[in-house]
Design a protein around this ligand. Structure first.
Ligand code: SF4
Ligand code: SF4
Length: 403
């Protein structure tokens, strides 16, 4: 699936390592889109087929109680509960409302700020959903792949028809003053066939408060599509061109988490993007049946890579956090291969997403299959920052500070 990342972020290192602060709740197990690169339906894992269509009220109750119990016990500053699928809106407003009402009630009085988000393809987004989201303070992230041409090619419905027009209609509604505060942002997967600047400007047309960019999920064994004449680091170059357009805008047009996090890391801060930083992941996924799974992106590795032997009925999140699979997910620098650990940019890159490091020969003990791209982008941003500082210094020295 390519709908996962808008709300997701790595935990700042200040939080205790064994605490989950991102709960990805799979309310519905099917989707009305047929994206050819969806890791849930089109990659290695077929676990969705054994899942019930929708999470039952009993699983919801148990899950909500477990989340509240975990947060009450560890008291992290913030946590995110991300409503997900498949396509979560296919469950219908009453199902989403039932879970949100329960969670808000269970989390009352916690010291943790609990953000509730939904990540959707937006095809079913209407006033009924938005009124529910207003009542329970649910922020909406929408998956949109840039231009109409790119989106229709990469996000068709199950009948193969383009979906850009219906998503654009939903975004117009979401931008209306009554619902605008619920608009979390857009999630776009890098498409080398599309122009990066046109992609960014097509996203901007929907006035997003934030944009996140995702690399197509891939491993060394299942590498990302690379055009034969793409040269070295085609994804890094694509992102660098988009960075320049974003960075050189005369005013800030939107938050762009991938780049904001990169700049924050350069300035000594922390990343809120799962892509960067040596932190590891604190994501836990709960399937409609109540099965507890590792980060969804691992479905791109193999049929089993995201699976644990844990279930919300029998195991609480403290027990899950002690599971070796979750420990591996949050290992951070210690979980990296020798090449990454000795890399000069490891504090920024962090080896990329863990799933992207996998190869059949030595598991996750590799640099990212996007290593050249990540390295190129990091170098490009560093150059732009260094150049920008030199220009400011020159202006200052020449007495042209306000020029
Ligand atoms: S819209 Fe549906 S098919 Fe497409 S990536 Fe998301 S979950 Fe997968
Ligand atoms: S993936 Fe490549 S660029 Fe990133 S830390 Fe590892 S070696 Fe360095």
């Amino acid at each position: 699936m390519r709908c996962e990342a808008a709300p997701s972020a790595t935990s700042p290192p200040a939080e205790p390592a064994a605490v989950f602060t991102q709960f990805v709740v799979k309310l519905y197990s099917r989707c009305n889109f047929g994206c050819p690169d969806c890791y849930v339906y089109e990659h290695r894992d077929r676990g969705w087929a054994a899942q019930p269509l929708v999470m039952s009220p009993a699983v919801m109750r148990r899950l909500s109680g477990r989340i509240a119990e975990h947060l009450r016990s560890h008291r992290p500053e913030r946590a995110q509960v991300i409503l997900h699928g498949g396509e979560p809106l296919l469950a219908g407003p009453p199902v989403l409302e039932r879970f949100a009402r329960r969670l808000r009630a269970d989390c009352q009085g916690l010291t943790t700020r609990v953000d509730l988000l939904v990540q959707t393809n937006a095809s079913r987004l209407d006033r009924a959903f938005l009124e529910t989201f207003r009542r329970y303070g649910i922020t909406v992230g929408v998956s949109l792949d840039g231009t109409a041409e790119s989106h229709d090619r990469r996000r068709p419905d199950r009948a193969g028809r383009g979906t850009h027009a219906e998503v654009a209609r939903a975004l117009t509604l979401l931008r209306a003053p009554r619902y605008r505060p619920l608009y979390g942002g857009l999630l776009c997967v890098v498409d080398l066939e599309a122009d990066p600047v046109e992609t960014y400007e097509a996203l901007l047309a929907h006035e997003p408060p934030a944009v996140d960019l995702l690399l197509p999920h891939a491993t060394w064994h299942f590498p990302p599509p690379r055009p034969p004449d793409g040269g070295e680091a085609p994804y890094g170059r694509w992102l660098a061109a988009l960075f320049d357009r974003w960075f050189d805008a005369p005013r800030r047009e939107t938050a762009l988490r991938l780049f904001d996090s990169l700049l924050d890391l350069y300035l000594g801060g922390t990343s809120t993007s799962e892509m960067w930083g040596p932190y590891g992941s604190d994501v836990v996924v709960i399937q409609p049946s109540g099965l507890i799974e590792y980060n969804d992106v691992l479905k791109t590795v193999s049929a089993e890579a995201a699976r644990s032997a844990l279930h919300i009925g029998a195991h609480n999140f403290d027990r899950a956090a002690a599971d070796p699979g979750f420990a591996a997910e949050r290992a951070g620098l210690a979980g990296l291969c020798a090449q990454c650990r000795s890399c000069p940019v490891v504090d920024i890159c962090g080896g990329g997403l863990r799933a992207h490091r996998h190869s059949p020969d030595n598991g996750f003990d590799n640099p990212s299959c996007y290593c050249a791209d990540l390295s190129f982008l990091i170098g490009h941003v560093r150059e732009r920052l260094t150049h920008g500082v030199s220009m400011l210094r020159a202006r200052f020295v020449q007495g042209r500070w306000s020029a």
